[in-house]
Design a protein around this ligand. Structure first.
Ligand code: ADP
Ligand code: MG
Length: 692
């Protein structure tokens, strides 16, 4: 934009320099006009001299005429002759005058035309002046110069007119002279002859004067033509100037157009600038707003910072509090651990006080008349048989209306002992149909001891985790039939080659080789195991009817608890819980089988007999307990000796037809009830009593 303005300025400057050139040309023209004026003045002086000479000549002629009046009269006759000559001369003069008049007229015409041209030029100039107001000053100057030139021309014309007047006066003088000549003609007629020579001389003089006058006139005409040429040139120059002016005007027009474009651009730019200014104002406002927001934010930040500082201080205080609380918690944990150990010891002492082998009796409900009397408070069961009433006392007795929950509330102490690191076994004893399976497994709606124990263990493990104990639970499910171990978690086709030998294992436990142990973390795991065992049992059922009554079902759980103790020492608990659904006890008494069947029955019953033998030995405090006589007793040996704990639930049928079997069951249970486990501390590695 600026560049364009600069270009326009440069163009204007060049125009101005051109105008200056025109001015110098005008000045030169003025000088030339001045020279012409000087020449005209000289010519006027010459005309004056000529006039003086003419005056002198007239005076001389007058005197001569006066002198010659007489001679004229005398020469009148001669003059008459000469008159013709004069007439002729006069006609020649008239011709010359006419010629001069015509040439003068032509000149005047030309002058008039020039003046008209000048006037037109003037008009055009006036137009240009109005159009190009910026060039007014130069125009005025030019106009003034032109008007001066015109004025000079008018002066030249005036001079010319004066010359013409002079010529007219000369003519008049000539006419006067003619008159005088006419008057004197008569006088001179006589003297004409005499004077002819004088007249001839005079004529010669006149002729020469005329010729000189003619010459002067011609010179004047030349000068006029020169002046005319000058004027033409001037006009040409004017035209050139005009052309230049036009060109300049064009340039000016172009420049004006350019200026208009520039103006429009400037306007658009101005509008843009205004827009930008408006936007800038908007931005300024926004910036102002943002600044105020920033200030607000900064003040907020400052307050937030102060709050944060306060919060940090608070946090420090809280940290200190947390540290002290942690210390307290640690202290409490230690106390809790001690308390937990104490609880375990006390619990165990209580269990020992209650007896490591305990016996409960449970009578199942029946639609038939019940002959078994149960006194819950006294813990007695009365069974009439052969007209005799047989009474028994146990640690707990459960009448028919007792729920699974009632039973488990007493059983749960044993489960707790297993969690505390003891080897615990629970037996359901009794004739077929007395409710053993119901008591141990129950149904989905009315869960028995096994699922309830699992729930208690899983809950206990969760609770102990808070005290830093991590537990590992592994479960197995087996069946002992005719002294053969059958893994219920192993499918029939996968049992090939598996021995299931029972050996004395680590941590006071007995291991079964090849037996599958499943990790238990949730109740779903337990349910899945049960379902799997059920599936494997059903396959077996097809070829072995009533087998479940003639075999022992053992659900076992290994409970291993570990806790990082003070000084990197690790505490460990190794408990075992065996939940046993025993084979029907009636076979011991009611089997009247012989031959092969007897052999089978004897084999089936061997483990129950072995169990009975173990309890008999224990009750008699026999130095030898025959654990190895059966797989079941050998497997359960850790629970039936030392710190082990055993619970036998004697299930009874209340109906009269079962009273003998009920009596047998209760006698067996009574015998077990009198047993005590010898305190044998042979469980290195921490089992029994807390594992410390
Ligand atoms: P067992 O396993 O000793 O052969 P079951 O547990 O199979 O005997 O019980 C025989 C029947 O008696 C089953 O139908 C069982 O549901 C039922 N029964 C046993 N005990 C109870 C009880 N306490 N309450 C309700 N029903 C019982
Ligand atoms: Mg059963």
């Amino acid at each position: 934009m600026q560049f364009e303005h600069k270009e326009a300025l440069e163009a204007l400057e060049s125009t101005l320099s051109e105008k200056n050139d025109v001015v110098t040309i005008h000045e030169q023209t003025s000088q030339q006009l001045a020279a012409l004026q000087k020449k005209l003045e000289e010519r006027e002086q010459r005309v004056e001299i000529l006039q003086a000479e003419l005056d002198h000549l007239n005076q001389a002629l007058s005197s001569d005429l006066r002198r010659k009046d007489e001679e004229v009269c005398e020469q009148a006759a001669a003059l008459a002759e000469k008159a013709e000559l004069v007439k002729e001369l006069q006609s020649q003069l008239a011709e010359a005058e006419a010629l001069h008049a015509s040439s003068s007229q032509q000149l005047q015409q030309q002058l008039k035309e020039k003046v008209e041209t000048l006037e037109r030029l003037e008009e055009e100039l006036a137009q240009y002046r109005s159009e190009a107001s910026s060039n007014d000053v130069e125009f005025h100057k030019t106009k003034a110069e032109l008007s001066a030139l015109l004025h000079k021309w008018q002066e030249v014309e005036e001079t010319n007119r004066t010359l013409q007047e002079e010529r007219d006066s000369l003519k008049l003088a000539g006419e006067d002279l003619q008159g005088q000549l006419d008057a004197a003609r008569k006088q001179l007629a006589s003297t004409i002859d005499e004077k002819t020579s004088a007249i001839d001389e005079l004529r010669n003089q006149l002729e020469s004067a005329k010729s000189s006058l003619q010459h002067e006139r011609e010179t004047s005409n030349y000068k006029i033509s020169d002046l005319s040429k000058d004027l033409d040139r001037e006009v040409g120059e004017k035209r050139t100037m005009q052309v230049r002016l036009e060109a300049q005007d064009e340039k000016i027009g172009d420049m004006k157009a350019l200026l208009a474009v520039c103006q429009s651009q400037l306007e658009s730019r101005t509008a843009e600038v205004q827009k930008l200014e408006a936007r800038a104002q908007q931005r300024d406002k926004e910036v102002e707003d943002l600044r105020s927001q920033l200030m607000t934010l900064e003040s907020e930040r400052a307050s937030a910072q102060s709050r944060m500082q306060a919060a940090e201080e608070d946090a420090d205080a809280q940290k200190a509090l947390v540290t002290s609380l942690k210390e307290q918690v640690l202290d409490l944990k230690q106390k809790l651990a001690k308390a937990e150990g104490l609880r375990r010891r006390l619990h165990n002492e209580l269990q020992e006080l209650k007896g490591n082998i305990r016996v409960f009796a449970r009578v199942r409900p029946s639609s038939e008349r019940s002959v078994v009397g149960v006194d819950e408070e006294l813990g007695t069961v009365m069974v009439p048989h052969n007209g005799q009433s047989n009474g028994f006392r146990f640690d707990r007795v459960f009448p028919a209306m007792s729920s699974q929950e009632d039973v488990f509330s007493e059983v749960s102490q044993f489960v707790q002992s297993a969690l505390d690191g003891y080897n615990v076994s629970l037996f359901a004893y009794g004739q077929t149909g007395s409710g053993k399976t119901h008591t141990m497994f129950g149904s989905r709606e009315d869960q028995g001891i096994i699922p309830r124990s699992m729930g208690q263990i899983l809950g206990g493990v969760e609770g102990m985790r808070e005290s830093g104990w991590e537990y590992q639970l592994e479960a197995s499910f087996l069946e002992i039939y005719q002294e053969h171990v059958r893994d219920l978690l192993c499918a029939e086709e996968e049992r090939e080659g598996k021995k299931y030998t029972i050996t004395l294992g680590e941590n006071g436990r007995h291991d079964v080789s090849d037996l599958i142990y499943r990790r238990v973390r949730t109740m779903e795991d337990v349910e899945e195991m049960m379902a799997e065992a059920e599936r494997n049992k059903s396959i077996a059922k097809t070829d072995m009817n009533e087998r479940s009554s003639r075999s022992h079902t053992v659900f076992s759980m290994r409970i291993t608890g570990r806790k990082a103790g003070v000084g990197g020492q690790q505490q460990a608990l190794h408990g075992t819980l065996h939940l046993v659904d025993l084979a029907g006890s009636e076979r011991l008494a009611k089997s009247h089988a012989t031959g092969e069947r007897l052999k089978e029955t004897q084999a089936i019953n061997k483990s129950l007999s072995a169990l009975s033998d173990v309890f008999v030995a224990l009750s008699k405090k026999s130095p030898h307990v025959p654990y190895r006589n059966s797989k079941l007793t050998f497997l359960l040996q850790p629970c039936l000796s030392g710190d082990g704990k055993a619970l036998l639930i004697a299930n009874c049928s209340p109906i009269e037809t079962s009273s003998h079997e009920t009596l047998c069951t209760l006698r067996f249970a009574s015998m077990v009830s009198s047993c005590e486990l010898g305190k044998v501390s042979s469980r290195g590695g921490g089992g029994g009593g807390g594992g410390e």
